[in-house]
Design a protein. Structure first.
Lengths: 114, 395
C-alpha cells in the first residue's frame, strides 16, 4: 500500500470488478491523460475520480497526486509531470505506482504524441 | 522504497465528511405494488406531497453541480412514478449516473431493451429468497416470479451485469450459493446487504435477523466470495470476526458523512436505513436546497464530529467494527454509543435483554394497518385484501 491512492471503491457498490482485463501497460516515459469519461471532484484530502464508463471510483489521497493527474496531458511524459508538480526523481516511485494503478483501471489512457 | 508525505487514513477523512456524498440514495416514491414485511421505508401509499418532476430535475441540477456522480434510486417502487424514465433520462443527460432498485414490475422486454441501450443506467432487482417459497414469504405472493421475469427480460435484451439485491435473513442465509448461481445464470452480479430493523423491518427483525451462528456462517461466506459479491459495505459489524481487512470494502458508518438519503418529499436523512425524525437533517425544498442541507445541517455537522465509543470504548474490536450500525441500534432501542444489536463479540445480546424502548416510527406509508410489533409476525399477512379501495396497488 503506497498510501496515495485507494482503488477500487469503498462505501459504494458502483464499482464492479472489471470482467475484462485492465487498461494499457503503464510506461512513465510516455504521455498520459485522463480518460474522457473520467470526472475529478476535489475534496479536502485530495480528490475523487469517477469513471462514467466503468462506474469505478478512486480516491486520490493528497493534493500532489491530484496535481500530477490533472496535468499529465500537458507534459511529454509522466516523469516530467511529476517533476513539474515538485516531485524529484528520487521521490517519484509511489506516484508512478499510483499512476500505474490508474492506468490499470482505465482512469488514465495514453495521451496523443505531439 | 521511497515514502510519500504521510497522508491521513482515508477512513478518518471520511469520518469528517466530504463536500458531497459519494453514495446518495433517493427514494422517488413511497408508492409500491408490494408490501415487503421488512420495507425500510414502510412504503405502500404515495405521499401526496411527493416532489414534482420539476423539483426532481432541480435536484439533479444541483447534484450535477456538486459532482455527485451517481444516485441509487429506490422507493417504494420507483418505476411506478409516471415520470420515472423522464427523471432517469434527465439525470444521465446531466452527468448523474443512475442505479435503480426495483421489484421488476415494470421491466418488460421493451423496457429491458431500452435499458440495455444506455451506458449510464444500472438496474438492481430485489430478491429475498433463491426460491419462491422463501422469497414470497417476505416480499409477497408472485414477487419471485416477477423478479425472475425481469431478470430474464434484461438478459434477453443483452443488458449486462444487472444486480440481484438480497437482504440476508435467517431464512435465506443458507441460500447464498444458490443466489450466486442465479446471478451467474442471468449474467448478473449478486449484492447482499444486511437486514435493518428500520421501517416495517422493526416489526420483523426479531424473527428474521440471522442468528449468531448464521452471522459467522455469513462472514465466512463473505471472506470466501467477497471479491465477486457486492455488499454496500453493509456488514462492517461482522469485521471483528477476523483479521482487519479480511472483509472487502470500507468498514465505516457513512451516515451523513459520505452517504445520505433523499426521500420522496425532499426530506434528507442521514442514511437509507434511518428514515426517522431523529435522523432528519432538513428538507431540500424548505431548507435552501440539497447542497445547503448536506453542508450545514446541524445533524450532519454533529455526525462528522468524533463520536463517543461509549460502552464499546474498552473493546479491542472497536477499530474494526466502529461500534456497528447507528440505525440498527436506534431502531432496536439500544443506545447509539453502545454495541450493535448483532455485535459479533456477543455484547448485543445482553443489551437487547435489558429494558429498552424501541422508537415509535415517525412515518408510515403502509397500505392497511401497521403490523403489531407484539408477538410473532405471520409472514403471510401480505395476502390480505386492501382495507379500502384507495389502498389498492398504485400500479
Amino acid at each position: 500500500m503506497w498510501g496515495l491512492l485507494t482503488v477500487p471503491v469503498p462505501a459504494t457498490d458502483a464499482a464492479v470488478p472489471a470482467a475484462t482485463g485492465g487498461g494499457a501497460a503503464f510506461d512513465p516515459g510516455l504521455r498520459w491523460r485522463l480518460h474522457p469519461q473520467v470526472a475529478v471532484r476535489p475534496e479536502p484530502f485530495g480528490a475523487l475520480l469517477y469513471h462514467f464508463g466503468t462506474r469505478k471510483l478512486s480516491f486520490l489521497k493528497n493534493r500532489t497526486i491530484v496535481a500530477v493527474v490533472e496535468s499529465l496531458d500537458q507534459h511529454t511524459d509522466a516523469r516530467s509531470a511529476c517533476r513539474a508538480a515538485g516531485i524529484d526523481d528520487a521521490q517519484q516511485a509511489p506516484y508512478l505506482h499510483a499512476l500505474g494503478v490508474l492506468v490499470q483501471s482505465k482512469m488514465l489512457v495514453p495521451g496523443e504524441t505531439r | 522504497m521511497t515514502t510519500a508525505a504521510p497522508v491521513p487514513r482515508l477512513i478518518e477523512q471520511f469520518e469528517r465528511g466530504l463536500d458531497a456524498p459519494i453514495c446518495l440514495t433517493w427514494e422517488l416514491t413511497y408508492a409500491c405494488n408490494l408490501a415487503c414485511v421488512h420495507c425500510l421505508s414502510s412504503s405502500g401509499k404515495r405521499d401526496p406531497r411527493e416532489l414534482s418532476t420539476r423539483q426532481c430535475k432541480d435536484i439533479i441540477d444541483e447534484l450535477e453541480r456538486m459532482q455527485v456522480f451517481y444516485v441509487n434510486i429506490g422507493g417504494g417502487e420507483p418505476t411506478v412514478r409516471p415520470d420515472f424514465w423522464e427523471v432517469v433520462d434527465y439525470a444521465t443527460e446531466h452527468h448523474v449516473g443512475v442505479k435503480f432498485s426495483t421489484n421488476g414490475v415494470r421491466i418488460t422486454p421493451e423496457v429491458a431493451g431500452r435499458l440495455a441501450a444506455s451506458d449510464y443506467v444500472d438496474v438492481q432487482i430485489s430478491l429475498d429468497g433463491a426460491t419462491a417459497e422463501v422469497n414470497d414469504a417476505v416480499r409477497g405472493p408472485g414477487s419471485f416470479a416477477m423478479a425472475i421475469r425481469a431478470l430474464e427480460n434484461l438478459a434477453e435484451a443483452g443488458f449486462s451485469d444487472a444486480k440481484i439485491s438480497v437482504v440476508v435473513t435467517r431464512h435465506n442465509v443458507d441460500q447464498l450459493d444458490e443466489f450466486a448461481a442465479l446471478a451467474a445464470r442471468y449474467g448478473a452480479t449478486l449484492r447482499i446487504t444486511r437486514l435493518r430493523p428500520s421501517g416495517r423491518g422493526a416489526d420483523v427483525w426479531d424473527e428474521l435477523h440471522p442468528t449468531a451462528e448464521q452471522q459467522v456462517q455469513l462472514y465466512d461466506w463473505l471472506v470466501d466470495h467477497g471479491d465477486r459479491v457486492l455488499t454496500g459495505d453493509s456488514f462492517f459489524h461482522l469485521s471483528g470476526l477476523g483479521e482487519p481487512g479480511a472483509l472487502a470494502g470500507l468498514n465505516l458508518c457513512g451516515a451523513g458523512r459520505v452517504v445520505c438519503l433523499i426521500d420522496p418529499v425532499g426530506d434528507v436523512y442521514a442514511c437509507p436505513f434511518a428514515i426517522h425524525d431523529r435522523f432528519l437533517a432538513g428538507n431540500i425544498v424548505s431548507d435552501g436546497g440539497f447542497d445547503n442541507v448536506w453542508k450545514n445541517a446541524p445533524l450532519f455537522v454533529e455526525l462528522r464530529e468524533p463520536q463517543s465509543a461509549g460502552a464499546c470504548g474498552s473493546c479491542g474490536h472497536l477499530d474494526s467494527c466502529r461500534g456497528g450500525c447507528m440505525a440498527a441500534k436506534f431502531f432496536t432501542g439500544l443506545p447509539l454509543d453502545g454495541p450493535d444489536p448483532e455485535c459479533v463479540q456477543g455484547y448485543g445480546v445482553p443489551a437487547l435483554a435489558r429494558e429498552r424502548h424501541k422508537p415509535r416510527p415517525s412515518g408510515d406509508h403502509s397500505r392497511g394497518s401497521r403490523l403489531s410489533s407484539a408477538g410473532p409476525v405471520p409472514l403471510t399477512l401480505t395476502t390480505r385484501p386492501p382495507a379500502r379501495p384507495c389502498n389498492e396497488s398504485p400500479v
